[in-house]
Design a protein around this ligand. Sequence first.
Ligand code: ADP
Ligand code: MG
Length: 293
Amino acid sequence: ATPIAILVGTGRGAQLGILVTGPAALESAERIDTIALDKTGTLTSGLMSVTAVVVAEGEDADDALRRIAAVERGSEHPVAHAIVAAVGEGPVATDLDALPGRGVTGSVEGVRVFAGRPALAAEEGAALPPELAAAVEEGEQRGTVVVAGWPDADGVPRARAVVEIADTVRAESAAAVAQLRALGLEPVLLTGDNPHVARLVADELGIDRVRAGVLPEAKVAEIAALRAEGRTVAMVGDGVNDAAALASADLGIAMGGGTDAALHASDVALMRDDPRGIVTALALSRRTMRVIR
Ligand code: ADP
Ligand code: MG
């Protein structure tokens, strides 16, 4: 009877827009007590837009943004889509290198350009001039911030621009979080983005536990830490930066509009880009397991 009940469960799942990749997903779903949620693209729409560009003294904002877009054309991150959309058509960088959870680098007209989270500038050996440091601090109160730069004539890396990017919380996220809580599950926000914007989103949705500024490896460590507390943890994410955490959780759930990397690392895929599907998937799995017993 077991295989038939699971097939019925997964068939119903398909009707509800939930793709279950195997019985293991149904079995662990019942024990889940903690849900780690990615922010960008999971709780927020991931349809980001550029709201401000601040450049270092002597730089031209349009030229800087054009160079940044050239490297972002090689990235599938929502931040990259926002920057490319703001610029439109333009050259594509060569020697592109995606740094999941950190940013991207590439060569534009023979110049190596970096663009990523503010910490990437220091990692690239580029100090932030005071006007850019101020722009980062101000921008992080409101949204996501990208710092970009390239070397000067002497080959010394320089931070040149700060791009401020806005995202919107999905209309369905508050209901999804409330329903998860009603099921007795504790939501935890896990994001690579800065702590200020993470807290804004968490407060809007009623999430107490927040871990921000976490790189992909640190997302895995956070899942491990939650499991070490005796929790059974589901992780929900959409990005390349979430793949390792999705694979390491007791249950990995990929958002519908997510990247292939996230889909491949998951046990359940939501075909619709709606976080309420998390609740439906868990409820369906619990019901299916009750039928089996
Ligand atoms: P989240 O966990 O919220 O999905 P990520 O871990 O993907 O966020 O990204 C963390 C931060 O790294 C972003 O907020 C952004 O500042 C920076 N970042 C990531 N990818 C890129 C990129 N392609 N270009 C610029 N910045 C990026
Ligand atoms: Mg994401």
